[in-house]
Design a protein around this ligand. Structure first.
Ligand code: DHB
Ligand code: FE
Length: 304
């Protein structure tokens, strides 16, 4: 093998191939490798630092935490900002603001028509009902929209990721009625924090950052011909509402809370005492193509 300098090595790494491969993957890999070569050289990364990072990446992936890091480093929000910018540039009517999915969605939650209870048994917090309609950007109701809703438990844990919880606890799928109506009962969740003693926490400690998210509830709303909406709503008053480690809070997503609502009309949700309510409509954009109505990576998990 000939002697190589840095640039010669980079050129070989980025151009070497005997089969066409995938042009897009080759393009992206070449760019990322170039940027990392540059980082290592300009910041004088030592072998110890490099192998420590490799070990960290292995542990991060083994723990299934890559999606936590992407959110915490702003990548998930970046994708939303880019979609917002593209919409604005194209003059597309905006629907409900999008917000990151986060790494904790699980497909296949128990399915209900029009209304559901997310929690079970004794209330674990303030009895809460959220209700409203799914609409399109012309204000027309969306019949039989499919909604997934999920949130953390009373200590900030998500089922399927946090030990001791039931399968699909605090996760439901709801189909709206012909007028786009949905409603569900649960409790107001607290905020969330990244798992302590995890690779994710190691990085955030080293960065001098906290890993807290304000209280929030996740939604995925799907309907034929409309653009899939991934969003979250925030519960007002949380300490971290303007300091979310995942950068996912947005002005249009802070719900209004009504306390002491009379229980009449909510018997089917097992409510007989005054409770806390929020009304919120989800507005979906028209889909311009199939991938907006059913984004491939997203749908693979929805039907998993
Ligand atoms: C993360 C956790 C969440 O609950 C969420 O909504 C978004 C991100 C995270 O740990 O990265
Ligand atoms: Fe979350």
């Amino acid at each position: 093998m000939t002697e190589l300098n840095q640039q010669q090595l980079l050129d070989i790494v980025n151009t070497k191939h005997t089969a066409p491969g995938d042009a897009r993957v080759r393009q992206l890999t070449a760019r990322i490798v170039s940027d990392l070569f540059k980082t290592i050289d300009e910041l004088d990364v030592s072998p110890d630092e490099f192998w420590k990072a490799v070990d960290w990446l292995n542990r991060l992936a083994q723990g299934g935490q890559v999606g936590l890091i992407t959110a915490g480093l702003g990548f998930d929000r970046l994708l939303d900002i880019r979609m917002d910018e593209a919409d604005q540039k194209a003059g597309r009517a905006a629907g409900t603001p999008r917000a990151i999915e986060g790494p904790l969605f699980v497909a296949g939650a128990p399915s209900f028509k029009v209304e559901a209870r997310l929690d079970a048994g004794e209330p674990k917090g303030e009895v809460f009902v959220m209700e409203g309609q799914v609409l399109d950007t012309d204000g027309q109701p969306v019949a039989h929209a499919q909604m997934d809703v999920w949130h953390a438990n009373e200590v900030g844990g998500y089922s399927h990721f946090f030990p001791g919880m039931q399968p699909y606890e605090l996760r439901r799928h709801i189909e709206t009625d012909a007028k786009g109506n949905y409603r569900f009962r649960s409790f107001l969740p607290p905020g969330y924090a990244i798992p302590p003693n995890s690779p994710t926490a190691e990085l955030f400690t080293a960065l001098g950052r906290h890993g807290n998210r304000p209280a929030h509830i996740h939604f995925l709303v799907v309907a034929p011909g409309l653009r899939t909406l991934t969003t979250q709503v925030n519960i007002p008053g949380d300490t971290y509402i303007d300091d979310d480690f995942a950068f996912a809070t947005r002005d249009g997503l802070i719900i209004e809370i009504e306390k002491n609502v009379a229980p009449a009309g909510y018997e089917s949700l097992g409510i007989s005492e005054p409770f806390t309510r929020s009304r919120f409509n989800f507005v979906l954009q028209q889909a311009l193509n199939d991938s907006e109505a059913s984004p491939a990576a997203r749908m693979a998990r929805v039907t998993a």
